[in-house]
Design a protein around this ligand. Structure first.
Ligand code: C5P
Length: 239
């Protein structure tokens, strides 16, 4: 496998309402980014899902962040459809049944499944309220190990969890990390953010970046700056 370049590792979150708004952003970013995340807002908005095939045909890569969770037959068939559209990553909630079905649906395609262990909006109290026996940390660890055992290719982990998740699963799984802010940037509503450098050093393979690029006065320049930060972080440290 060819090693990932710093630019390969940047995933820009297209958190906009429809394909027209996404197209504007993609044009403003130009060739500074090649990987885009389409989440539920855009997917359910005007022509959002059609954008997957269109971007794939234009040589871009797509992370379809739909966080599937349903009965196995439905998850398997939906995953097959996502693969047909040409997505590179698809998220599913990290329940064993769901992960198994998604892995089956993606088999033989270019699609990799990413497990979402525990939503970062959950704390230990939310876990109890939802009826779980474990707190967040223990549940993240268990689900990461289950994902690995079931052949799931990767995990989404917040910057705060990245190091622990990497330690739990080793080098074999892809780790995708949101909540990234360049040094000095506005955190917005994100509570636990990390710089690109920190996230890469903690073991992230891909960084998901939204507002620091999408609301920048020059999105292309903002994306280039983050690619540079990633490149710096990947340089071997001088001893
Ligand atoms: O704008 P910002 O960089 O905060 O966007 C981060 C993206 O990553 C959003 O699309 C958000 O939904 C997603 N995400 C996140 N935290 C998680 C999982 C996904 O911010 N734990």
């Amino acid at each position: 496998m060819t090693p990932l370049t710093p630019r390969d590792r940047l995933i820009v979150a297209l958190d906009v309402a429809d394909a027209a708004a996404a197209d504007k952003l993609i044009a403003a970013i130009g060739d500074a980014a090649i990987f885009y995340k389409i989440g539920m807002e855009l997917a359910y908005g005007g022509d959002g899902l059609a954008l997957v095939g269109r971007l794939a045909a234009a040589g871009k890569k797509i992370f379809l962040d739909l966080k599937l969770h349903d009965i196995p037959n439905t998850v398997e068939k939906a995953t097959e459809q996502a693969a047909r559209r040409g997505a590179t990553f698809l998220t599913v909630h990290a329940y064993p049944q769901t992960m198994k079905a998604a892995v089956a649906g993606a088999r033989g395609s270019g699609l990799s499944i990413l497990g979402v262990t525990v939503l970062t909006s959950f704390d230990d109290e939310d876990m109890i309220e939802a009826g779980y026996r474990f707190g967040v940390v223990e549940m993240v660890r268990r689900r990461a190990e289950q994902a690995q055992a079931l052949g799931v290719q990767g995990l989404v982990a917040s910057a705060a969890e990245a190091k622990a998740v990497r330690e739990a699963v080793g080098a074999g799984m892809v780790l995708v990390t949101p909540g990234i802010r360049p040094a000095g940037a506005d955190a917005g509503d994100q509570k636990r953010v990390a710089t690109p450098e920190r996230a890469i050093r903690d073991g992230a393979d891909y960084l998901v970046v939204g507002r620091p690029i999408t609301t920048a006065s020059d999105p292309r320049e903002a994306a280039e700056a983050i690619v540079q930060e990633i490149a710096e972080a990947l340089k071997p440290t001088l001893r």
